[in-house]
Design a binder for this molecule. Structure first.
Ligand code: CUA
Length: 353
């Protein structure tokens, strides 16, 4: 073997097989719905980058696999050739230059493109909102600036206004976590001792999961919350309500005068659904979470004081068969006193008898 002619004759079938397989691979790659709904300005360029990487890398994978499989089949040993050896070849400078140069050019081009995309999506806008995100085993707490630079407002639900750039300052109280909203495409580690940052501009209203993307302990898989992207007006109202609640909790008193301003009593059932239902069973709320104890069972015969303690300090008495530290112990900070009272009253009513 080894004469030029028969070498060339393999090229055409190889190229044909490679081209067809590449086209099929790219079509399949683009047809697969890889990501959840795109809900931020950052998602567009990132999804395009993904598509470009796919289009470039599929043919390379297919080409190398085609050559390997074709060679194994076409040049396999035939009976009687057991003792034959291949021709003694040493080096081919032209080939080596080509197979070094082409990958180098592709890599430099893709890295440059990725760098441009990264710079582009990280650019700060003149008007941006700040949210401090604190991770701990096993929950996220979101802090919003208080009124006139006052005390920060804590929430266990992430609320964001549509169309405003948000800068997240991410911190951790204990171990490594990773703040990730897949619908925004952006994620970054929460590292104890330092503050990391990402910027996101939500473009779609809706509710999107917030997850922890770094194995951080036994409750890692339940370190999930919700981000609610709402209209700017709805966001302002939400933040205003939170600030009013935080200021005194004494909103019940006084005149109910000005248009719709009077904060209503919290809706305990809705609060239960957004805060507790993913981990607990409670028939009255149609909740079927199995991470924590079944409340229909464990609260039988208990009183309001026990329920309030279990919400505020879940480690005080841990239900049999469950582990301490899985239920977040930040509800005392992220829920307002009237919200804890509403939850306590609700659970006392539906689960203790
Ligand atoms: Cu926090 Cu995984």
């Amino acid at each position: 073997m080894g004469d030029e002619k028969s070498g060339r004759s393999h090229l055409l079938p190889l190229l044909a097989i490679g081209a067809i397989a590449s086209a099929g691979g790219i079509a399949l790659g683009l047809a697969i719905d890889w990501f959840p709904v795109a809900a931020s300005e950052q998602a567009g360029p990132i999804d395009t980058l993904w598509d470009v990487l796919l289009i470039v890398s599929v043919p390379i994978f297919v080409l190398t696999q085609t050559i390997v499989l074709y060679s194994v089949w076409r040049f396999r040993m035939k009976p009687g050739e057991e003792l034959k050896d291949g021709p003694p070849i040493h080096g081919n400078t032209r080939l080596e230059v080509i197979w070094t140069a082409i990958p180098a050019i592709i890599l430099v081009a893709l890295c440059s493109y990725a760098y441009v995309v990264l710079r582009d999506i990280e650019t700060a806008e003149a008007r941006e909102m700040k949210v401090r995100v604190v991770g701990e085993q096993f929950t996220w707490t979101f802090f919003y600036p208080g009124k006139g630079g006052g005390k920060e407002i804590a929430s266990n639900q992430l609320y964001l206004p549509r169309g405003t750039q948000v800068r997240f300052d991410i911190q951790s109280k204990d171990v490594l976590h990773d703040f990730w909203v897949p619908a925004f495409r952006m994620k970054i580690d929460a590292v104890p001792g330092i503050t990391t940052q990402i910027r996101v501009k939500p473009t779609k209203t809706g509710t999107f999961p917030v997850v922890c993307a770094e194995l951080c302990g036994l409750g890692h898989s339940v370190m999930r919350q919700s981000s609610h992207v709402v209209s700017p007006a709805a966001f302002d109202k939400w933040l205003e309500d939170k600030r009013t609640q935080a200021e005194g909790g004494g909103q019940a008193g006084g005149e109910e005068g000005e248009g719709g301003g009077g904060a209503a009593a919290p809706d305990a059932k809705a609060l239960f659904a957004s805060t507790c239902a993913s981990c607990h069973v409670l028939a009255d709320a149609n909740a079927a979470g199995t991470i924590g104890p079944n409340l229909d069972e464990v609260l039988k015969g208990k009183d309001a004081a026990f329920i309030q303690q279990s919400i505020e300090d879940p480690g005080a008495e841990v239900a049999k068969g469950f582990q301490d530290g899985i239920m977040p112990n930040n509800y005392k900070d992220t829920l307002q006193p009237d919200e804890i009272k509403a939850l306590t009253d609700y659970l006392t009513e539906v689960a203790t008898k």
